[in-house]
Design a protein around this ligand. Structure first.
Ligand SMILES: Nc1ncnc2c1ncn2[C@@H]1O[C@H](COP(=O)(O)OP(=O)(O)OP(=O)(O)O)[C@@H](O)[C@H]1O
Ligand SMILES: [Mg+2]
Length: 465
């Protein structure tokens, strides 16, 4: 067997002993044995002590009677009296009664079974006063004296106690075996039933070979609850991954598509210059201007794509922002004084917000830039900042060209442009609003738009305080 297969056998063994089924069975058996042992020993000790005490009470009573017999009866009557005393109630006792001086001696019936003249035939295993006699069992040896030379020896047979212990051990063995058989079968049944959905989840996850079929998800079992939760969580995760991958796929294909157009234009102009530039210098001038515009457009696009990619991995720095100051500062810096468009500001004082300064500025820049870009000369842009108990409202209105209703829900999509020609002139790539929407969400807000063609548009951002 080579090293690899040895390893895999080891892993297999490990896997088996780590499995839920094995673990449950192992701990069940250990627990069962411990409980049986504890209950068994306690019961055996308690009942044995009780039985022993009972026997000792009998022993004392018998001893008192024996002393009376020894004192009152002539020695030739002793044996008869002893048997009379022991039968039938106290046959567990074997008695020897003797006078060591006169040599008078008497035995209960059956005494010879316990002791004979030839001691070697008998095997004693003695611990204190307890002894085991071959073929007879466990005995308790008690000695007492009477008169000056009288001696009584009593062997009490403890068969009640040993029989009880034997019976208890048998009962415990049988019940333990039954409990093991039923318990283990039950555990195997329950774990198999509960593990089956887990196995099907594992199989389903293993079957996801490529990230393109993430949306399929894994089966969600109805019970047990833990596995229902696990299945739901895995599916939620897979769905999020699926969305993310789809988004990224869309982003890459949109971006390459958008870059393809200006690149094609660039190449077209370069070819034109190559073919006819020398003969027609006026073409050279026109084409260079076009190349300049297209390359600037590409530059802007790449710039925005980078900003967008960065914003997805950007770590938010949420601080208390004075929005009133931020709006004024941003407009002072970014408002372009051209085409005679008026800027009107209605900014309430001291409006604070918890947010990211850079992103909040960026949102305003995008909205104001659009308002200005899509408003004719002599138009007006109004920026408002107000608050109520729960919210801060930032509104950017313009008296521009407006957006047709059917486009309103799409203008926040990446690369979506309503006024393609105009955007082309102004170098717009359709990314501004999608970036703004993302940044607003990052800062816990919501953006909406109202617009009427020819009259103007109103973008409203609502931040929760
Ligand atoms: N204030 C507005 N008035 C009229 N149309 C608007 C206004 N703001 C946006 N739009 C329309 O929505 C489209 C998407 O806007 P967005 O800001 O995302 O892209 P863009 O301005 O074309 O390009 P970019 O902002 O990336 O330079 C625009 O092309 C324009 O057609
Ligand atoms: Mg824009």
């Amino acid at each position: 067997m080579n090293k690899f297969s040895l390893n895999s056998v080891d892993t297999l063994r490990n896997k088996k002993s780590n499995s839920l089924m094995y673990q449950y069975t192992f701990w069940y058996v250990i627990n069962l044995l411990l409980v049986v042992l504890l209950i068994g020993i306690t019961l055996i000790v308690a009942v044995s002590l009780f039985l022993f005490q009972d026997m000792k009470n009998d022993l004392t009573a018998v001893q008192t009677d024996l002393v009376q017999i020894a004192n009152k009866q002539p020695s030739n009557q002793w044996e008869k009296q002893i048997d009379y005393l022991l039968y039938p109630e106290f046959t567990k006792f074997n008695v020897e009664m003797k006078n060591t001086k006169t040599g008078e001696i008497a035995h209960s019936q059956g005494w010879e079974k316990i002791i004979t003249a030839d001691n070697s035939k008998f095997h004693y295993l003695t611990i204190k006063n307890f002894l085991i006699i071959k073929d007879e069992g466990l005995f308790y040896k008690h000695q007492a004296s009477f008169g000056q030379n009288g001696k009584i020896i009593i062997f009490a047979k403890l068969s009640v106690i040993t029989d009880f212990i034997k019976l208890m051990i048998n009962i415990l063995i049988v019940t333990t075996l039954l409990a093991l058989i039923f318990g283990i079968s039950f555990i195997l049944f329950i774990t198999k039933r509960n593990i089956r959905p887990l196995l099907s989840i594992t199989t389903a996850v293993n079957e996801i070979k490529s990230i393109s079929n993430l949306s399929g998800g894994v089966p969600v079992p109805e019970k047990p609850q833990e596995l229902t939760d696990l299945g739901t969580s895995i599916n939620r995760l897979l769905f999020q991954l699926h969305l993310q991958i789809e988004r990224e796929k869309g982003f890459v294909s949109d971006a390459s598509h958008e870059l393809r157009t200006p690149l094609a234009a660039l190449r077209g102009h370069i070819n034109l210059i190559k073919r006819r530039g020398k003969a027609h210098p006026e073409i050279l001038e026109q084409s260079l201007t076009a190349i300049d515009q297209e390359s600037e457009r590409m530059q802007n696009l790449i710039h925005q794509l980078l900003a967008m990619a960065r914003s997805e991995h950007y770590e938010l720095e949420l601080v208390d922002v004075n929005m009133s100051e931020l709006v004024s500062d941003v407009l002072r810096t970014y408002w372009k004084e051209d085409r005679n468009i008026t800027l009107e500001l209605n900014i309430d004082k001291d409006i604070h917000l918890n947010g990211d300064v850079g992103q909040l500025s960026q949102i305003l820049i995008i909205l104001v830039e659009n308002a200005q870009k899509y408003t004719e000369s002599d138009g007006k842009v109004i920026v408002e900042l107000t608050k109520n108990n729960k919210e801060v409202h930032l509104t950017v209105k313009d008296t521009g060209i407006g957006i047709p209703k059917e486009h309103l829900d799409k203008i926040f999509h990446r690369f979506y442009r309503v006024h393609k020609d105009r955007s082309r002139q102004t170098g717009g790539s359709g990314l501004g609003l999608s970036i703004a929407k993302q940044l607003v969400a990052f800062n816990g807000g919501d953006i909406s738009v109202k617009s009427e063609v020819g009259k103007g548009s109103e973008f409203k951002v609502i931040f929760k305080k």
